[in-house]
Design a protein around this ligand. Sequence first.
Ligand SMILES: Cc1cc2nc3c(=O)[nH]c(=O)nc-3n(C[C@H](O)[C@H](O)[C@H](O)COP(=O)(O)OP(=O)(O)OC[C@H]3O[C@@H](n4cnc5c(N)ncnc54)[C@H](O)[C@@H]3O)c2cc1C
Length: 387
Amino acid sequence: MLDLLLLNDELSDDQRSLQQSIRKTLQSPKIKQQVIEAYRSEVTPREILQTLASVNAFGHNLNGYELKNYDAKTYGLIMMELERLDSGIRSIASVQGALVMYPIWKYGSEKQKETWLRKLSKAEAMGGFALTEPQGGSDPSAMETNAKFSDGKWTLNGKKTWITNGTFADILITWARTPDGIQGFIVPAKAKGVNIQKMSHKLSLRASETAEVTFQNVELSSEDILPLAKGLRTTLDCLNQARYGISWGSIGAAEACFEETFAYAEKRILFKTPLTHQPLIQTKFAQMLTKIQQAKLLATRLSELKDQNKIQPVHISMGKSSNVEMAVQVARTCRDILGGVGILDSYETMRHMCNLETVSTYEGTHDIHLLIMGQNLTGQQAFARQL
Ligand SMILES: Cc1cc2nc3c(=O)[nH]c(=O)nc-3n(C[C@H](O)[C@H](O)[C@H](O)COP(=O)(O)OP(=O)(O)OC[C@H]3O[C@@H](n4cnc5c(N)ncnc54)[C@H](O)[C@@H]3O)c2cc1C
């Protein structure tokens, strides 16, 4: 029903069977119930990390080190299936794959790659990405966390906030100001001086745990620095991997809302007729279907540009902002069509709707991505004051 433009006809047999098998695993009643419980309790079930590893949710767009090296569209399809389940679960995988494994794979030493990549891909170790600080996520150049080198060792001090996976991470890819500019470190979560506090009472992304992390005179060796990661450009390169995944993932959340709501509306008899037969409701479903299909066309084009090495940050900004906005609107409309039952957690639409508020904010807010596009159009950067 959702494939009006027959985009699935363009999938290879491998892509189709991978997508189907991931959907079968993640949409099982057991996993869906685990997510409902996780959302209620704000505790990520640790067994789901193994499930994610079993469907190759981590590090699948990288090569070597026994990793699956899928093409960009296959990576997108995996993100879409993860977010069809829950944006928080997709976030766990995005952080592990795009923001922990990718920087180690691209900017790490051979020893770091050998030590971590295989383990991370199998969920034998988990990681977090510590960039955001309390003084403002949209402006990472205001970073205060710093690392100083003396007597053959680094000393790290600072505070990071909103760190996905932080509560159960073994390592934190941590960005800090050094005399040579901003650099990345692999910080063992159990190192002396690292303090990790769970952030509770979120009203969004509750199945994904989030942490505040402080570093107080944390001693690191020169082997803990990512040797090739220099400057904020490196950080943004990592973020762009995750943002590309979000442009696909958000379609999964939107499709889940659409399917749940359409099935409900077909059976809901009001004024002696199924809700789907009402003109106003048909119009809403037609508009949502169009938006979802447009988003998939955009994501598909991004995957082609990515595989051809032609993708630019501005393309990813268009994909992230436009597709997440589409999903926010679809989820909101579906919630409305569901009426009262739409606020029950036995229906998934409102969970997706609340999750998507975070997805719109993190990995570059909706407006910051539009401003990146504005800069590309005009040559004028409108979001950072020129000092
Ligand atoms: C659940 C969750 C998980 C997260 N996970 C991680 C993680 O794993 N690692 C990590 O490092 N970070 C993470 N983040 C942080 C996230 O990336 C930041 O929340 C995001 O960058 C926005 O930063 P902020 O919350 O400080 O908002 P602010 O930067 O304070 O922005 C507030 C508002 O101001 C607007 N704004 C900002 N600048 C401008 C401007 N120049 N012009 C116009 N409008 C502007 C923004 O669009 C926004 O609407 C997570 C956040 C959440 C909520």
